[in-house]
Design a protein around this ligand. Structure first.
Ligand SMILES: NC(=O)c1ccc[n+]([C@@H]2O[C@H](COP(=O)([O-])OP(=O)(O)OC[C@H]3O[C@@H](n4cnc5c(N)ncnc54)[C@H](OP(=O)(O)O)[C@@H]3O)[C@@H](O)[C@H]2O)c1
Length: 234
């Protein structure tokens, strides 16, 4: 059974966070949004871009929300209130983006699924990956009712079936078709440089992109990197 979500929390009040907040308000959720500092810093932005959502602190989001989306730069992860997220489903929408996060070879390594690092940093939460591959403009323009012929798809991946179901339900209520993309360690197939990164396509097309990832140049690079890491471990 999928648990009910009433309160939808978003960490990050930037481009992605405010679009998700707007969609979540439209879907009927109570929406809490936080930036890294005091709520006053983001209150106007939230009021204007996501009317109905409430600006608050990151601690309050982590404490009160039933599900929390990370819409922050990946390099902001250490400032996320990990303890307060214990027992929560956390949807990781982050990507390693060198222009924002700086040159970080450990994050840029094609073999590394950055969501696994997010999960390690939030050991008492259940992390799934979703909402990372579609640009915020596309997300904003994309919501459609279930069954619409032009409905777009969002990939969702994770190691916990119940959390993946929960995230899939949220994706659906926000107006997109959820497409399973494997485990957290598989999310190299959704990261920058993968074909699915940037995808604003229907479910069948996204499924194909995910399936053929291992045969792409990026997929082969990931496989080679992982194979040589295995050899190094022996
Ligand atoms: N832009 C897109 O189309 C898109 C699409 C899918 C996924 N993503 C991913 O989503 C993430 C956010 O991207 P974005 O484009 O929305 O970036 P953005 O516009 O720069 O917004 C990021 C926001 O996160 C805030 N922040 C930083 N650390 C925080 C923390 N610990 N707690 C709460 N808020 C924090 C920042 O606040 P300050 O400015 O005050 O530091 C900023 O408002 C990135 O990982 C990106 O790769 C982006």
């Amino acid at each position: 059974m999928t648990q009910a979500v009433r309160t939808f929390g978003i960490l990050g009040a930037g481009k992605l966070g405010t679009v998700l907040a707007r969609l979540a308000v439209a879907a009927g959720y109570e929406v809490l949004v936080a930036g890294p500092g005091e709520p006053d810093r983001i209150r106007l932005v939230v009021e204007v871009l996501a009317p109905g959502a409430v600006a608050t602190t990151a601690d309050d989001v982590a404490d009160r929300a039933d599900v929390v989306v990370l819409a922050i730069p990946l390099s902001g992860l250490p400032s996320v209130p990990a303890g307060l997220l214990a027992g929560k489903t956390v949807v990781d929408a982050t990507n390693y983006w060198w222009e924002t996060d700086g040159e970080r070879p450990e994050l840029a390594d094609p073999a590394v699924a950055t969501s696994t690092l997010v999960a390690q940093a939030l050991p008492r939460a259940t992390v799934v990956k979703a909402f990372n591959h579609m640009g915020y403009h596309d997300l904003d323009e994309g919501p459609r009712p279930p069954g619409a012929s032009d409905r777009r798809a969002i990939a969702v991946a994770g190691d916990d079936a119940a959390a993946v179901r929960l995230a899939s339900m949220i994706i659906d209520t926000l107006g997109f078709d959820p497409v399973p993309a494997g485990a957290l360690d598989d999310t190299v197939n959704l990261q920058p440089h993968a074909e699915a990164f940037g995808a604003n396509v229907d479910a069948a097309t996204l499924r194909l992109m995910i399936e053929r990832f291992p045969t792409t140049a990026r997929g082969r690079l990931v496989a080679a990197g992982r194979a040589s890491a295995q050899v190094g471990l022996r």
